[in-house]
Design a protein around this ligand. Structure first.
Ligand SMILES: [Zn+2]
Length: 366
């Protein structure tokens, strides 16, 4: 259905509106619909509408274990219209992922793992033989429409004896390609103070609010000096919740020092979707509402802000003339038990529930 009118919906500001889509393009936004507007009409019954959600960190190569899942399971079924696969694939498998993305409903973009083997093993940076510059350059250029950046997982179980060498190579590859780098942080070594100086403006740190030692904040939640310097250079912070990488306490203390994520992503794959603590994109957003972020502050971190980072602002705004990528969602007032990666439980009072999406103009009820 590429012609439809979404009626009785609200923007995240609370303002009532309607959105008309013709041939997949948004032709009208506003409560007062012109009389000649087409059917069918979808009654939003007071639900919210935003630009389609963007999840900047998922694992969407279904053949991989443990870090894999079906594209639409981490995409449209979550209310997410665009997913960014965060380094599941290196040069070996990136073409296959692109091929499979063509039969998925969800828009897919990818961060190319600097290791050509990608997540076929979980220590993909432990041998420098896997960081083959020519293969990486070829893949990034060949799939330039699909590859939006590079991914480097810089934590001890991934790099093992290689220390900072993979990060040095990541920096060099990203410079040559003029692409941003997403760096995953976790347990050291390498020490966080040795990692951060390698990041440049436009690069993004995922798992930024993890509860491990070797994090970005001191025990009070004050950013460590190397983080303050990185933020001054324009380095961005991504949530990347995942199984082991989001702590309420860390996020809360950081907020007290005025540090918030630029983007909220799930790091979703089968295991943490089915068994928690991620469960869903909406559940991840509920956690930010519980932390005190407003609805607008929460939703902009899965719409305009990731779209800006991707250099694709049209994916994160509501504007006449754009291809319709929309998420329709309700907020239920009820108790919701929220568990972070440290096993800490908070009770939320609001639960977001996606009701439908439009992906490239096509409306899909969830
Ligand atoms: Zn991940």
């Amino acid at each position: 259905m590429k012609d439809f009118v979404l009626q009785h919906v609200r923007l995240t500001s609370g303002e009532s509106t309607a959105i008309a889509v013709k041939n997949g393009i948004i032709v009208h936004i506003g409560a007062d619909l012109p009389p000649d507007i087409a059917d069918p009409r979808i009654d939003g019954k007071g639900a919210y509408v935003s630009s389609g959600w963007i999840d900047l960190h998922v694992h969407a190569d279904a053949d991989l274990n443990p870090y894999g899942d079906e594209i639409d399971e981490v995409g449209v079924l979550q209310g997410t219209t665009t997913v960014v696969d965060a380094g599941s694939c290196g040069a070996d498998r990136i073409g296959g992922l692109l091929e499979r993305s063509r039969s998925a409903k969800t828009n897919v973009l990818a961060l190319l793992n600097i290791s050509h083997i990608g997540l076929t093993r979980t220590d993909e940076l432990s041998s420098l033989e896997w960081l083959d510059e020519n293969r990486l350059m070829d893949a990034a250029e060949r799939y330039a429409e699909f590859v939006v950046g590079l991914k480097a997982r810089i934590s001890s179980s991934v790099v093992k004896e290689q220390g900072l060498a993979p990060l040095g190579l990541a920096r060099r590859f990203a410079n040559r390609l003029n692409l941003p780098l997403m760096v995953h942080i976790g347990s050291g070594p390498p020490a966080i103070n040795d990692i951060l100086p390698h990041l440049r403006g436009g690069d993004i740190i995922t798992h930024a609010f993890n509860g491990k030692a070797n994090g970005l904040f001191d025990i009070q939640g004050k950013p460590i000096p190397a983080l303050s310097e990185a933020l001054d250079r324009g380095v961005l912070l991504d949530v990347g919740h995942g199984t082991a990488s989001f702590s309420f306490k860390v996020a809360e203390r950081a907020l007290a020092f005025g540090i918030t994520p630029d983007t909220i992503s799930t790091d979703m794959y089968r295991g943490n979707r089915r068994n928690g603590p991620v469960i869903s994109m909406a559940h991840t957003l509920d956690k930010f509402l519980q932390l005190g972020y407003s609805l607008e502050e929460t939703i902009e971190r899965v719409t305009s802000r990731p779209a800006h980072w991707l250099g694709k602002p049209e994916l994160g705004r509501l504007q006449v003339g754009d291809l319709a990528n929309l998420t329709v969602f309700c907020i239920h007032s009820r108790q919701v038990e929220l568990t972070d990666s440290e096993g800490e439980i908070r009770m939320g009072t609001r639960h977001i529930k996606p009701e439908g999406v439009a992906v490239n103009g096509q409306y899909i009820a969830i």
